[in-house]
Design a protein around this ligand. Structure first.
Ligand code: ATP
Ligand code: MG
Length: 245
């Protein structure tokens, strides 16, 4: 659905002040989303929050869950787990190819949970084929309304190369702390205080259209907050700093 925007979660800094200021994702301009983070950090819950909104639109959603953790059972008919992920991905890619060939625009999303485990389960040939499909959609999906939401604990260079990763304009990391490797991979131009601990089910987010300032005093204690939906701490990008919204 052209022009739609989806809430990704709330600014932690504003949340602490009692205001719910959401981060918005505009898939028309930024087609793809990457969600990374520690086990139990809230990746799937964050994705479910987004999926709930997508289900209220005309967009078509396919879901592949390689580890079949049960988070995506019965959400959409176009669903696959374990080896069925191949079929879901292939069907999505074929529809994309048809759209390219026919110069058509659809509004389709593929959510892939545990993507890295899936990618690393492939042999060399299978991995190459997978990356061929993912990079094609990552680079050209925007013009045809094809969107990827990839979820995984890690997105290191073994799983996804830098050129493809750069096509994911919205990057989220769910977790109280972030490793040096993940920070360098996901937020290469940012300074994150690794000594800081965010409250449970919070994380970091980077959006391309706004260079964002840190909105919260990282040092303050936030124990005991119950979050009903994901909240994020903004981190400063290098360079320009603008307030959110
Ligand atoms: N925003 C939230 N507010 C409250 N509780 C949450 C929130 N996000 C996650 N949780 C709790 O944490 C649990 C783990 O979250 P989730 O399954 O999303 O983690 P995950 O990062 O996907 O983990 P895994 O790597 O194991 O798949 C949830 O079952 C829920 O109980
Ligand atoms: Mg999960």
């Amino acid at each position: 659905m052209p022009g739609q925007s989806l809430k990704l979660g709330f600014s932690h800094g504003y949340w602490m002040m009692g205001a719910k200021v959401p981060f918005l994702w505009h898939p028309d301009s930024v087609p793809h989303l990457l969600i990374s983070g520690i086990t139990g950090g809230g990746k799937s819950v964050c994705a479910q929050y987004i999926v709930n909104q997508l289900l209220d639109t005309d967009a078509k959603l396919s879901i592949a869950d390689f580890k079949a953790g049960g988070d995506w059972d019965g959400v959409v008919p176009d669903y696959g787990e374990y080896l069925e992920c191949d079929k879901v991905l292939k069907a999505f890619y074929d529809a994309f190819l048809a759209a390219v060939k026919g110069k058509m625009r659809h509004e389709k999303y593929l959510l892939f949970d545990e993507f890295s485990s899936y990618a690393l389960s492939k042999d060399a040939k299978g991995f190459k084929e997978l990356m061929g499909m993912v990079s094609h959609i990552a680079f050209m999906g925007r013009s045809f309304g094809y969107h990827l939401i990839l979820i995984s604990q890690q997105f290191n260079a073994k799983v996804i190369d830098t050129a493809i990763r750069e096509q994911f304009g919205v990057k989220i990391y769910m977790g109280s702390t972030i490793s040096t490797e993940s920070a360098a991979m996901l937020f290469p131009n940012c300074q994150i205080d690794k000594a800081s601990h965010l409250p449970a089910h919070c994380g970091y987010i980077s959006l391309p259209e706004k260079e964002l300032d840190a909105l919260m005093d990282i040092g303050q204690g936030n124990a005991g907050i119950t979050l009903l939906c994901p909240a994020f701490l903004l981190h400063p990008h290098a360079g320009r700093m603008n307030p959110l919204i």
